[in-house]
Design a protein around this ligand. Structure first.
Ligand code: XUL
Ligand code: CO
Length: 441
């Protein structure tokens, strides 16, 4: 193992009252909550791109972070190997069970498709060794279909079919590698699958192209025997002005239209939900209702900045309502919580990466405890069930079964007593949540 973080040992669980900033207060991996350990409930993953492949550059300035392997004067393969060794040192010391990558986070792009694929294979072999040594597993892999200039007008939705072919080849290879590394999922974030102006865009064609691409990805998965889940990650805009995978509902409609709803699920990112004008919990509930809930990119935006900031999650309140929906949906199967988060560019001390992840992990662990307490308390579920009790009665059931016409209902409305509204008790229920935000331990 490398020694990039010499001052850091494995991060221990030390309980809520510890003053050790390099210990977990809430994430006690072996603690059982609702019949499952916290490790198995939360299935944390560290993302490779923000944590190891980004040096803090932004549109106004150069990198600030201490990421020596990103120095462009280094031999690209040697630098990628060093980066990977440090990444696995970090995963092992943090003690999270999973990691996630894009093909060209782990390996440099070469001069040709074949050279790039060979680079990815070479680093994937190294990753396999690290996985074996550390026990860290791959939550998902994904292909970077948005950074290279060839993808400026999209990958699957590009006006040039040769770009579609290149992207298809890249996904085929990245899915093979993900399969080889025992990945639990394969993610497709539609990096530039959208448009900036209709003046140059044939939207109908682009959507058909996207559907074809997804069918090909599904066919490839079955051909190679990959058992993981294919996930689409919705996002409403950025980098393009209009992204086609706007939110969970849009993705479901698209999947259903193209007969893909049993093959593909969603990876919901918290701040993408915010950008689409929804709450995180809403996106999970929509996906769960449609049977396409898969995985989560756990992060946070900023209330007043309308772009994708990818902060580490710190709000137990916001995350608790999300965890509640995750538990209601039955929890994760192949998915997990991936920290698609980046440090602020002033967080330049090496151990900031640990502090940031520890904070995110504890936020999600506390959120799990709050969600568990709310379910155990039972009032929310009872209140909801009572609120709809009429639909469980004989009349409600006949209505749902399609046994009553508009005419029959008109007759009923004419003869029945005036319906009596009942309080929705929103503030009362919010007070209940607030109580458990303080007391759940
Ligand atoms: C972009 C984003 C990506 C995906 C993987 O907003 O979230 O990092 O998670 O391509
Ligand atoms: Co993401």
């Amino acid at each position: 193992m490398t020694d990039f973080f010499p001052e850091i040992d494995t991060i221990p669980y030390a309980g809520p009252d510890t003053d050790n900033p390099l210990a977990f207060r809430w994430y006690d991996a072996d603690r059982v909550v609702r019949g499952r350990t916290m490790r198995d409930h939360l299935r944390f993953a560290v993302c490779y791109w923000h944590s190891f492949n980004w040096d803090g550059f932004d549109i106004f300035g150069d990198g600030t972070l201490d990421r020596p392997w990103l120095d462009r004067s280094l031999d690209p393969i040697a630098a990628a190997e060093r980066k990977m060794d440090v990444a696995f040192e970090f995963f092992a010391k943090l003690g999270t069970p999973f990691w996630c990558f894009h093909d060209f986070d782990i390996a440099p792009e070469g001069a040709t498709f074949k050279e790039s694929a060979a680079n990815v294979d070479r680093l994937a072999d190294r990753a396999a060794e690290h996985q074996q040594q550390t026990g860290v597993e791959l939550l998902w892999g994904t292909a970077k279909l948005f950074a290279n200039r060839r993808y400026m007008a999209g990958a699957a939705t590009n006006p040039d079919p040769e770009v579609f072919a290149y992207a298809a080849g890249q996904v085929a290879h990245c899915m093979d590698v993900t399969h080889r590394l025992g990945g639990h999922n394969y993610v497709l974030w539609g990096g530039r699958e959208g448009y900036d102006t209709l003046l140059n865009t044939d939207m109908a064609r682009e959507l058909d192209q996207l559907a074809r691409f997804l069918h090909l990805a599904v066919e490839h998965k079955h051909r190679i025997g990959f058992q993981g889940t294919i996930l689409i990650e919705p996002k409403p805009f950025e980098p393009t002005k209009h992204q086609y995978d706007y939110d969970s509902a849009t993705v479901f409609g698209f999947l259903q239209r193209h007969g893909l709803e049993d093959e593909i699920k969603v990876n919901i990112e918290v701040n993408h939900a915010t950008l689409s004008g929804h709450d995180f919990a809403h996106e999970i509930a929509v996906a769960a209702n449609c049977g396409i809930f898969g995985s989560i990119d756990a992060n946070a935006g900023d209330d007043r900045l309308g772009w994708d900031l990818d902060r580490f999650p710190v709000s137990v309140e916001a995350m608790s309502l999300g965890m509640l929906e995750i538990l209601r949906a039955g929890g994760f199967t192949t998915g997990g919580l991936n920290f698609d988060c980046k440090l602020r560019r002033q967080s330049i001390a090496r151990d900031d990466l640990f502090r940031a992840h520890i904070g995110g992990i504890d936020t999600m662990a506390r959120a799990l405890l709050v969600a568990d307490a709310l379910i155990t308390d039972g009032e929310l579920d009872r209140f909801r069930a009572d609120r709809y009790a009429g639909w469980d009665g004989e009349f409600g059931q006949r209505l749902l079964a399609g046994e009553l016409s508009f005419e029959a209902l008109r007759e009923r409305a004419e003869s029945a007593a005036e319906p009596q509204p009942v309080s929705g008790r929103q503030e009362h229920l919010e007070n209940l949540v607030n109580r458990y935000l303080v007391t759940a331990r």
